[in-house]
Design a binder for this molecule. Structure first.
Ligand SMILES: Cc1ncc(COP(=O)(O)O)c(C=O)c1O
Length: 433
């Protein structure tokens, strides 16, 4: 949708446009399914779903159900009750598969993200004397950097010698896909793996994963993605793109609670028993797990990478949250998200126009195919002060040093009217009304 015609309309006209959008929004009923935090007896404008998604109201019911199973069945809850815990991961596989574009058996909720990244590196970083390097992006999420650095060191390599980082052009924020592709081509003879975020946590840039994988495959290089900021935000097609593995967390767009369960994707072609892995009893073939015999026999699919007894309460929330996604549909969410984020972008442009200079610079790409719902705003002077003001006014985004405010309208629970309100609040601070 081209929103440029709204650049110079009055605030009242903009409000009317926003209200009309909310009125015709077929997803608007989903907001009612979430608890919106309150401040001074008013709902805050929560634009922080990229960090911690809001609590779905069905989360408490889901936990209560499992508490009841525990209360009534004790240890037999693993085998009895409405949803026996033994196979609990299976209740989440269909929902995850839809979000990620995979077969159900290619995905499994488990552990935490960084732990899963190490598990995937154990299986898919297969260095040889010629091909031992990993290509990644500079400035990726710190936990991923630490994981790569310590993982290669644990295999006897010097991180600075085997990790190749692609940087943005000088003076720019965004890394060009063509630079990643060119680097894969030029380093193909020494690369064992490409491993990077699919959507950058700081800039909000969505990478062209399909193209990156296609180039890597031309040279027989394996590819893995961290999808913490992509899952539930943009539709994905991991199986079709031929991605080898992926990991994510569920506490951001997936609204599954602080420290909620993570998950892994392992492409079907890697499901053989002989793939090297670190194993635990929960990845052991389920039908024979309690025979407690010697010698690891993995479950088929991604589930074979589970190590430990899962946290059923965390899985119960995750399942309840995935249920909401199944009802809303990721394509419908994406359609709304595109316009909602365009509207936020328009509001920032209007503010700069009213002030008469570019006070707030959007570093997230303007191309729709290169971003999800997050916009990263650079405010060179007084950024933290502006951010703190927003928090006091009940507008929740998040702050990233040294001068970045990340704002993320989430299609499940944010409205166009909220974004219109943001314009007024920002302008009141910037003294330009
Ligand atoms: C892109 C990205 N990767 C990794 C992590 C770390 O996840 P965890 O603490 O669940 O291991 C985060 C956390 O926010 C993240 O945003």
């Amino acid at each position: 949708m081209n929103l440029d015609s709204l650049l110079s309309v009055s605030s009242q006209q903009l409000k009317e446009w926003a209200l009309a959008q909310d009125q015709k929004d077929r997803l608007r009923g989903f907001r009612e399914q979430f608890y919106i935090p309150q401040q001074n007896d008013k709902s805050v404008i929560y634009l922080c779903g990229n960090s911690l998604g809001l609590q779905p109201k069905n989360a408490r019911l889901a936990i209560n159900k499992e508490l009841e199973t525990w209360q009534n069945h004790g240890v037999e809850g693993w085998f009895e009750g409405e949803s026996p815990w033994l196979s609990y991961h299976k209740y989440c596989q269909k929902g995850l598969a839809e979000l990620l574009g995979t077969l159900p058996e290619e995905v499994c909720p488990m552990h935490q993200l960084t732990v899963n990244l190490h598990l995937m590196l154990t299986s898919f970083y297969r260095p040889t004397s010629e091909k031992c390097k990993i290509l990644t992006i500079a400035g990726d999420f710190p936990s991923d950097q630490y994981a790569l650095e310590t993982h290669v060191a644990s295999r006897g390599y010097v991180p600075s010698e085997v990790i190749i980082e692609i940087v943005p052009p000088v003076g720019e924020w965004l890394i060009r896909t063509e630079d990643i592709v060119a680097a894969i081509k030029s380093h193909a003879h020494e690369l064992a793996l490409v491993c990077m975020s699919g959507l950058h946590y700081y800039t909000g840039q969505l990478f062209d994963m399909r193209e990156i994988v296609a180039e890597a495959k031309r040279h027989g290089i394996l590819v893995g993605f961290d999808l913490a900021h992509a899952i539930g935000n943009v539709p994905l097609q991991l199986h079709q793109w031929d991605v080898d593995f992926a990991v994510w967390c569920s506490y951001k767009y997936l609204n599954s609670g602080p420290g909620g369960v993570s998950g892994v994707f392992v492409h079907q072609k890697h499901h053989s028993d002989t793939v090297p892995r670190l194993a635990g009893w929960w990845g052991y073939e389920e039908s024979r797990r309690f025979e407690m015999t010697k010698g690891f026999v993995p479950m088929k699919g991604a589930a074979g990478w589970q190590l430990s007894t899962p946290n059923i309460m965390a899985l119960a929330i995750h399942r309840a949250s995935l249920d909401i996604f199944e009802k809303a549909g990721i394509e419908n969410l994406r359609s709304k998200s595109i316009v909602l984020t365009q509207f936020l972008e328009l509001v920032i442009k209007r503010i700069n126009q009213k002030i008469g200079f570019q006070k707030i610079k959007i570093i997230t790409p303007s191309e729709l195919s290169q971003r999800g719902s997050q916009l990263s705003l650079l405010v060179e002077e007084g950024g933290k002060e502006l951010f703190d003001f927003l928090v006091r006014e009940g507008i929740v985004g998040d702050w990233r040093e040294p001068n970045c405010i990340r704002l993320t309208p989430v299609p499940l629970y944010n409205t166009f009217e909220e974004i219109w309100q943001l314009e007024n609040v920002l302008l009141s601070k910037l003294n330009a009304i």
